[in-house]
Design a protein around this ligand. Sequence first.
Ligand SMILES: NC(=O)C1=CN([C@@H]2O[C@H](COP(=O)(O)OP(=O)(O)OC[C@H]3O[C@@H](n4cnc5c(N)ncnc54)[C@H](O)[C@@H]3O)[C@@H](O)[C@H]2O)C=CC1
Ligand SMILES: O=C(O)CCC(=O)C(=O)O
Length: 634
Amino acid sequence: MLTKTLEQTYFVIDFDSTFTKVEALDVLGEISLAGHRDREAILEKIKIITDRGMSGEISLSKSIELRLELLHAHRDHLPALIETLKNEISDSFQRNREFLTEHADHIYIVSSGFKEFIVPIVTSLGIKEENVFANTFVFDADGNIVSCDCENPLSTDKGKVKLIRDLKLEGDIYVIGDGYTDYEIRESGLANRFYAFTENVMRPKVIEKADHVAPSLDEFLYHNKLSRSQSYPKSRIKVLLLENVHPVAVKLFESEGFNVEILKGALDEDELIEKIRDVSILGIRSKTQVTSRVLEHANKLMCVGAFCIGTNQIDLKTCTEKGIAVFNAPYSNTRSVVELAIGEIIMLVRNIVPKSNKMHEGVWDKSAKNSFEVRGKKLGLVGYGNIGTQLSVVAEALGMEVYFYDIVDKLALGNARKCKTLDELLAVSDFISLHTDGRASNKNLIGAREFALMKEGVIFLNLSRGHIVDIEALVNAIKTGRVAGAGVDVFPYEPKTNNEEFINELRGLPNVILSPHIGGSTEEAQENIGNFVPGKLLEYINNGSTYGSVNFPEVQLPLLKDSHRLLHIHANVPGILAKINAIFANYHINIQGQYLKTTEQVGYVITDIAKDYSDEVVNELRNIDNTIKFRLLY
Ligand SMILES: NC(=O)C1=CN([C@@H]2O[C@H](COP(=O)(O)OP(=O)(O)OC[C@H]3O[C@@H](n4cnc5c(N)ncnc54)[C@H](O)[C@@H]3O)[C@@H](O)[C@H]2O)C=CC1
Ligand SMILES: O=C(O)CCC(=O)C(=O)O
């Protein structure tokens, strides 16, 4: 539908840092200088020379000459170089092989690099060898690379201009490249447009001269309405990742070509309102509040990823009303919380923290008074979900008797005993650990009344959500000795960043372990979450699947193949599916696959159809009454 063949247009594409992610001579240096004692220093020099040449600071011929001198390269190094470059082809070129082969007659690779490595790389993606214009190495009798073919215009300044002039191409010329020498073709008047390619490097001097900036080949193809692998260039889709999510998540989005912004801390409501306007994918952890006010300004937002378990910080109802799918990571950090809880239970019942603090002050206080084993003691779990149940199993392995209370009827694991009421659990337990979710109605679930029901000298843990415990009541219970030790990881108010002071009445109390909401903060958990949540978000963006969403009708869709997928999100009112299908019938469109799932609030209809259909179909679908969001994928 969006394809257009530009019969008379030639695409002139640069190689280094455009077709590939890297500068090939830098890579050759890494290979040829392996084992050289000044390798790093020489490589740095080569990089500087490359950059100076690309940004037009020194002449091209000078840059080639200086680099070849430093390289000490040999013919035998070339196979390894080619192997490396094969893995370094720019992602958007890899994705758009179809464009490269379809337009092979009109695609020219013009580079001041060298044919010896360029030809094998570009021909592997369908470029014609006769359309590759580049330098060639000169070898000495022993196979050392000593120079380049001086007759070739591409080894001289303005060489690309000379070459294009000599080619006498009849038609429009669009140049795609990252370097100043690519822009020079446009400057000379020989090219109609110059696209500064920034997927791998950004050169301000080049960008300022460009007719258009292309963060990926998809953007170039989209701009020219050419056939492409992405219906909408991902470089135009902004991803905002807050609260220091694991770098693996950033990489996953970047390698798909998204425009990613990362911030270490959380943002407050007003700051987020400012940022959210042009954001399509938002990633947060537990601190960022995605309120209805924020969502009012989130006109482009398609999905939110909570890089944690809890989603109480997100206004899920408003997200659903606005057609924004929300995902979380329900299991990835549960083990980490369980291990911390077990560790704290033992530390608290042995009074280790006050003892350790005294030792640091030089006080040796050896005594068994008020120190106990956990074996045979009663552990009461409030909330028997993913964390509560795992803790139940591990605690039993330590010989503890487990009691639990959950508002939902849950299967007891091992020998754990179900309590009928919270009060019953509070009265029986030597240790109480909270593992409920953070729903609003759980606010102050544990307050003065509940502490009064607990055994004298109970050990109390909250690693779930801060608002579940009335802090003032906990402080009183500690001061009166009702609570002999407490482990608190979560607080009603938590600092937004590591630079903000932690202010709380629990500070300074004896035998109280305070931790900065790190129950789930282990390398393992964060890496797992960093893989899991982007996986869900990308499945939704790329394929429409909502499996695992916490607020959307869940569908696991087949991969899209040879068809276009139309995603229609609407308020769940009668008759929408009929209206959608009436439009397909009116336009004689054959449906290749259709899926419908609803929740109380919304309906989600996914329809796969053949590629040939008119724009009116899309317009009519978008305009059905009660439509919340419409998306097209191919
Ligand atoms: N400190 C940290 O870094 C972390 C904290 N968490 C928090 O831990 C909590 C538990 O997580 P999961 O076990 O994965 O959640 P989950 O959703 O699997 O389990 C929560 C359980 O609590 C029950 N529940 C809710 N309200 C209750 C109430 N008033 N009384 C009794 N039971 C109630 C639910 O029925 C459910 O079975 C959540 O609040 C989560 O946000 C999770 C991971 C890390
Ligand atoms: O690691 C975080 O930021 C939050 C962990 C948490 O509380 C959760 O997963 O619910």
